[in-house]
Design a protein around this ligand. Structure first.
Ligand SMILES: [Zn+2]
Length: 429
């Protein structure tokens, strides 16, 4: 039994939590007994849930493993992650998703829910064994070719139809491939000045519009990954106004960073640390994404944690891999972009980083409100702390963060997975 003293649930009044046998047994004042942990007035949130994590195992264990990725997740306050399917081999069969699921059970510092590929080998030609993955021990409910777009409208339609049988969802990486051939950064004023091939907003927006229409046509569930443009927000707002079953995510980096960093930043011009897919957009896009996350047009924050080894990132811009790590800075970036700006309170953050992502993934036992009888999946967070981001302290195997040296607000103090601490005093247990 553990008693956590002096925490503020969703930033409310101070309270103590008694945790027993993996659940929150009692919430009250002056509780004692068992092992006592001083919460120090930290904000208590339901354990964070990420719908979009690249754990890289199997195949790229030099970048990340299930073990290091979930350690990184725990340090970031996460108690569950969805592991994307673009591994090697691709997670497109029951065998591979069960392998990842088992690795999570054995080595995970948080729950690991494999995402299944939509198409065989992510090749966009033939549907993968969606039903077999859903029926497997991994009980896959989220399907995505992330990293690639399911651009064939017939395949996308079939996938949306297929997942209805087991209440699954297709999570689309919206990128029209022909419009983004050779794309290096956001298409706009900055790409024009730098002479880099642009990734136009319309390449995202056209796919989102098409997929919303397809989802409505077949009466299925669509989730849109890493929304990055103001135009996408408008399309989602329209789709939701129709009552269609469409959800969307935004990454922390798209809530904070802009494309002009490619031209001029504290780490110089053309620094591939800012190379990511979809690309960083403009200040106007960032403002639209923040407003959409605040008003619910965008449902959740998902990290798109994309670890890459040094040799794949510290190279010339055109050759560098796309992506950023994000698990260990996500909550701080959301505090900076959404809470410090008055757009969200802690209850709003809990909805968007725990409750709703768990609901979209159809997880049971995660994303539950912190109340008596609920599973003790808890993140304790000190929003008054200030942290200089030091990648060498990351638990992730990779260091490709755009926030190195930046001072960000807040610090994850502790994380509990079914009552068991995975992080205490900011350190892995
Ligand atoms: Zn993606």
């Amino acid at each position: 039994m553990i008693v956590v003293k002096n925490v503020r649930i969703l930033g409310g009044e101070p309270a103590d939590l008694r945790i027993d046998q993996g659940v929150i047994a009692e919430i009250g004042q002056g509780l004692s007994g068992g092992e006592e942990i001083d919460g120090g007035g930290a904000v208590a949130l339901p354990g964070l849930v990420d719908l979009h994590t690249h754990l890289r195992e199997p195949g790229r264990e030099d970048a990340e493993t299930v073990q290091t990725g979930t350690r990184s997740a725990a340090r970031g306050g996460y108690t569950a992650v969805h592991a994307m399917a673009n591994t090697s081999p691709v997670a497109d069969t029951a065998g591979v998703v069960e392998q990842v699921w088992r690795l999570g059970r054995e080595f995970g510092h948080c729950d690991v829910h494999p995402v299944g590929a939509v198409t065989v080998g992510l090749e966009g030609r033939q549907l993968a064994e969606l039903g077999a993955m859903a029926d497997s021990a991994a009980r896959v409910r989220v399907f995505s070719d992330d990293g690639r777009c399911v651009d064939d409208a017939v395949l996308m339609r079939r996938a949306l139809e297929y997942v209805k049988a087991f209440d699954g969802v297709v999570a689309q990486h919206a990128q029209e491939p022909r419009l983004t051939e050779g794309a290096q950064m956001n298409e706009g004023v900055v790409s024009g000045r730098l002479g880099l091939t642009g990734w136009p907003a319309v390449a995202e927006e056209a796919i989102i519009a098409r997929d919303c229409l397809l989802a409505a046509h077949v009466g299925s569930r669509l989730h849109v990954c890493h929304v990055s443009t103001a135009g996408s927000v408008e399309i989602l707002r329209w789709a939701k106004s129709k009552g269609w079953d469409v959800t969307a995510e935004v990454t922390p980096h798209h809530l904070l960073l802009t494309d002009d960093l490619v031209e001029d930043s504290p780490v110089g011009a053309y620094n591939p640390i800012y190379k990511v897919n979809p690309p960083l957009r403009t200040r106007a896009d960032v403002e639209a994404l923040r407003a959409a996350l605040a008003d619910g047009t965008i449902d959740i924050v998902a990290t798109d944690h994309a670890p890459h080894p040094v040799e794949d990132k510290e190279t010339e811009w055109s050759a560098a891999a796309m992506g950023m790590v994000g698990l260990e800075t996500a909550l701080s970036v959301v505090q900076e972009a959404m809470v410090e700006t008055g757009l969200l309170d802690w209850a709003g953050v809990a909805q968007r980083m725990s409750v709703v992502p768990a609901r979209i993934g159809r997880l049971t036992g995660q994303g539950q409100p912190l109340e008596e009888g609920a599973p003790a999946n808890i993140t304790l967070y000190d929003p008054s702390a200030r942290t200089v981001v030091d990648p060498s302290a990351f638990a992730s195997k990779s260091r490709n963060t755009p926030y190195e040296g930046m001072t960000l607000p807040g610090r994850v103090v502790a994380t509990f997975l079914r009552g068991r601490p995975t992080v205490l005093e900011g350190k892995l247990v």
